[in-house]
Design a protein around this ligand. Structure first.
Ligand SMILES: Nc1ncnc2c1ncn2[C@@H]1O[C@H](COP(=O)(O)OP(=O)(O)O)[C@@H](O)[C@H]1O
Ligand SMILES: [Mg+2]
Length: 393
């Protein structure tokens, strides 16, 4: 369980001590107290690390609630006020400040804990739903460009989206993603698997190598022959959990074959990008891959996005043919750009660092639509508030 950091603030030392004592009985709350001195209106004045919750004990006539109502709560800070029940002004100010609850200043311990527990639950829920997304990239046929696109897509999430991203090379035998980024890993996924159950933030990061863009790679150096079937699934789960907890996105480049390793990753994936090309053999193999993923691994088709790489508007097979053959409603395309792709691969430089505006770079950037979460789009009410003129409100 994640701890809830609480600051208990009041002008009265006795009040902070008694509220803090109730919370301190619960291990999941980490409590700091603050006695507000004369002259300070901001109850968090001088607090360096913003807590998750401010529990403010308020007495009529002091100015903290007014300050919070006027200045607004800082992002992600929850507020609970304990104050007099016969003070409607205080309640109104608490409401304006965005308080989650208004408790009587002589609140019972159980009411206080129930109120704090609600904030804690909401915070945990928000953290899990904001957890990292796993994107598994796989080809329908060898050579379609899965490894190339996985690397450049992960790079784009970092440089265009400002996200924390780890790219994982799941090809335990022939993995070569490090070459696409000109990195020289000494350790990688095999060492991470050996320490799977002891991984913490520091050791997990130490098994990756960092590209100058900030993208991290958990590589699969090919010095050792590793059979996917000898990998413990328990350990692989722990490794995945660990990198998911450290990132906004984990992008895994997967071999096409189904084995214990790839099956686990496919089944845990939030999004699967199936990379194919505009030729009959590519389409036939991709149809077979989709069928395996849906019927053997039990993945819902909505989680699979088809990306047609090396797209050309003049090819004989066009989008509608591919949609029909693969039974999908939507296709993503990445243009054929032999020159810049070759230059990128030979030099180990992501395409966006060769050109920000090349059609290939733009095509890769557009793949972000696959992972855009519709729930994260601001609602119109929010926009209306921010830009009333723009929206004519
Ligand atoms: N959009 C593209 N335009 C031109 N060449 C590409 C493109 N995408 C990939 N390639 C070329 O295809 C080759 C195979 O790509 P790779 O990522 O190794 O495929 P896969 O992982 O699917 O086997 C790469 O060497 C790269 O030069
Ligand atoms: Mg590959």
């Amino acid at each position: 369980m994640q701890t809830l950091n609480v600051v208990v603030a009041s002008r009265s030392r006795a009040a902070v001590d008694s509220l803090a004592a109730c919370l301190a009985k619960h291990d999941e709350y980490k409590v700091k107290v603050r006695v507000i001195a004369n002259g300070h209106e901001d109850p968090l004045f001088g607090v360096r690390e913003l807590p998750d919750l401010l529990l403010l004990h308020y007495s009529t006539g002091s100015s903290e609630l007014n300050y919070l109502a006027e200045n607004g709560l800082r992002e992600k800070l929850a507020l609970i006020v304990c104050g007099p029940l016969d003070d409607p002004d205080a309640m109104r100010l608490a409401m304006r400040a965005g308080a989650r609850d208004y408790l009587p200043d002589n609140t019972s311990e159980s009411d206080l804990i129930a109120s704090v527990a609600r904030v804690h639950e909401d915070m945990q829920r928000a953290r899990t739903s904001a957890a990292a997304k796993l994107i598994v990239v796989v080809n329908g046929k060898g050579g379609s460009g899965a490894s190339f696109l996985a690397t450049n897509f992960a790079h784009s999430l970092v440089v265009d989206g400002g996200a924390r991203v780890t790219l994982i090379d799941l090809d335990l035998q022939f993995g070569g993603l490090f070459r696409y980024l000109d990195l020289k890993p000494k350790v990688g996924i095999l060492q991470a698997l050996e320490s799977a159950h002891e991984l913490d933030e520091v050791s997990a990061q130490a098994f990756t190598c960092e590209h100058s863009s900030g993208l991290r790679l958990l590589a699969a150096p090919s010095k050792f022959l590793t059979m996917a079937d000898s990998v413990s699934i328990d350990k692989l789960e722990a490794v995945m959990d660990s990198y998911l907890s450290l990132n906004d996105y984990v992008v895994a480049d997967s071999p096409a074959r189904l084995d214990a390793v790839t099956e686990l990753c496919f089944s845990r994936a939030d999004f699967i990008m199936l990379i194919t090309q505009q030729s009959l053999p590519h389409i036939q193999d991709s149809a077979r891959q989709i069928q395996l993923l849906t019927s053997e691994v039990g993945i819902s088709k909505q989680r699979i996005s088809v990306v047609v790489n090396r797209w050309s508007a003049n090819a004989e097979i066009q989008a509608d043919d591919i949609k029909k053959a693969l039974r999908v409603d939507e296709l993503f395309t990445v243009p054929n750009s032999y020159k810049i792709a070759t230059e990128s691969i030979n030099a180990g430089i992501p395409v966006a660092e060769i050109s920000r505006t090349a059609p290939l770079t733009k095509g890769i950037r557009k793949l972000q639509a696959i992972v855009d979460d519709p729930d994260n789009k601001p609602d119109p009410g929010f926009l209306q508030r921010l830009m009333p003129n723009f929206l004519g409100g």
